[in-house]
Design a protein around this ligand. Structure first.
Ligand code: HEC
Length: 101
């Protein structure tokens, strides 16, 4: 009986972690600067993700901007170094694309 309990729990925990969506990650880690809908904040330069330029960037470029801080390699924006996994970056890129639609 106990074995069954732990087996179920062990199966549930990763599933719960995976329940994290691009939207929830974005809300907790990105919206403070990029706005709830990607519109950015007036006080933060270049913070809109809805500009024509950003829409034109490839998924690889957005991935690089999020994971490694973009062309400037900004350490403050290198989320890879702040515990955001490659899988989570992928979800975030997908979510940014949704916001851009
Ligand atoms: C502290 C404020 C801040 C936070 C938090 C932040 N960003 Fe940014 N982000 C910026 C700024 C400012 C830029 C523009 C950098 C530049 O001018 O090169 C930027 C650039 C980007 C770009 C590149 C846009 C382009 O056109 O090249 C993407 C994509 C991006 N951020 C996504 C995210 C995601 C996803 C998160 C959450 C994991 C996030 N950002 C968190 C401030 C922030």
């Amino acid at each position: 009986m106990r074995f069954v309990f732990w087996t179920i729990l062990a199966g549930l925990l990763p599933a719960m972690a995976m329940g994290q969506t691009g939207a929830s990650l974005y809300r907790t880690k990105c919206a403070s600067c990029h706005g709830a809908k990607g519109e950015g904040r007036a006080a933060i330069k270049n913070s809109s993700l809805l500009t024509a330029e950003t829409k034109q960037r490839s998924d690889a470029e957005l991935t690089e901007a999020i994971a490694k801080g973009g062309k400037k390699q900004s350490s403050a924006h290198a989320y890879e170094r702040k515990g955001v996994s490659a899988e989570q970056v992928k979800l975030l890129v997908q979510y940014v694309r949704e916001l851009q639609r």
